[in-house]
Write a protein that binds this ligand. Structure first.
Ligand SMILES: [Zn+2]
Length: 308
């Protein structure tokens, strides 16, 4: 997580509508972050029902994030309920592929809602290779999970531009459909047995995670999570942003908890967001691993970024 005392500084006291509701947290800062995220999500959904302009802004957004993000353009102590501390601030970001009308408005609880023009760059397009986030066995064969854009357009059985740590190649099995950027590949490798590691779960806003890049582990933190709606289906991909990003050929890399190794996501690429005042911030972005496994129909125990 972000340091707990920083979260406590960034977030006002418990939101007024929140008494008695459940939030998974082990510290005061984590609790405030979880509680405020849920309250702001509810406020945004409510507003989209009566405010047509806002509903259109949300429809046009590639990513709707609620969380703690970088705020380098403001000095510490922003005069509102959600303060800027050490260059971070809690709020809402609408990342759009087009050039939105630049604006930061203040929401129902004093939270900043920022419209940002954003350029997304995937890190696994040809001729780059991709990486394998997790391995599993099925019927005596070895499989891997990667980003779909690495293997886009390949028919089942065709050689895929992904290999394991032994350099053994893969063939395409299936993709996660048009919206969820995940795919399954089959490995020719025969190294056995597979050591199943921990389970998978969704990342939490503010938590410390590791990117398993080819160049080594990159420790970073989750800065924003896509707001989730009540129904989560294969047409609603769940994404997150991280403070650091990788490079071409890193797509498909595992994103795991830096604390206990829980597997949380699949790295997809980087995005550069332009703030209303013109400042730029580059983030990594990834896909929720539990959703990828659901959409791909994977129920076997997973091994992490290595199968040796
Ligand atoms: Zn291998």
């Amino acid at each position: 997580m972000l340091p707990d005392d920083l979260l406590v500084e960034l977030l006002p006291r418990e939101p007024p509508q929140y008494a008695g509701r459940q939030v998974e947290a082990s510290t005061a800062g984590e609790y405030l972050l979880g509680a405020w995220t849920q309250v702001i999500r509810g406020a945004l959904e409510e507003r989209a029902r009566y405010d047509d302009q806002f509903a259109r802004d949300v429809r046009r957004a590639v990513f709707v994030g609620i969380g703690v993000f970088r705020a380098p353009w403001r000095s510490d102590g922003f005069n509102g309920p959600f303060r800027v501390v050490h260059g971070y601030q809690f709020g809402v970001a609408l990342l759009s592929a087009h050039r939105p009308e630049p604006r930061t408005e203040i929401g129902a609880f004093g939270e900043p809602i920022r419209q940002m023009e954003t350029e997304f760059r995937w890190h696994g397009s040809p001729p780059d290779e991709g990486r394998i986030a997790a391995y599993f066995e099925d019927g005596g064969d070895l499989f891997g999970v990667t980003a779909r854009h690495v293997v886009d357009g390949l028919p089942a059985g065709r050689r895929a531009p992904v290999s394991c740590e032994h350099g053994t190649g893969t063939t395409m099995v299936r993709g996660g459909g048009p919206y969820v950027d995940a795919a399954t590949v089959r490995l020719g490798c025969t190294v056995r047995p597979l050591r199943a590691t921990g389970g998978s779960r969704s990342a939490r806003a503010g938590e410390q995670v590791c990117h398993h890049f080819d160049s080594g582990l990159c420790t970073t933190k989750i800065v924003e999570l896509q707001s989730t709606t009540q129904f989560r289906s294969a047409v609603m991909p769940q994404h997150f942003l991280t403070d650091d990003h990788g490079h071409p050929a890193d797509s498909g890399a595992l994103v795991s908890s830096a604390v206990n190794g829980d597997m949380c996501g699949i790295y997809l690429g980087e995005c550069t967001a332009r703030d209303p005042d013109g400042s730029l911030a580059t983030y990594g972005f990834g896909l929720d691993l539990p959703q990828a496994l659901d959409v791909l129909g994977i129920t076997s125990p997973l091994a992490g970024a290595t199968h040796a």
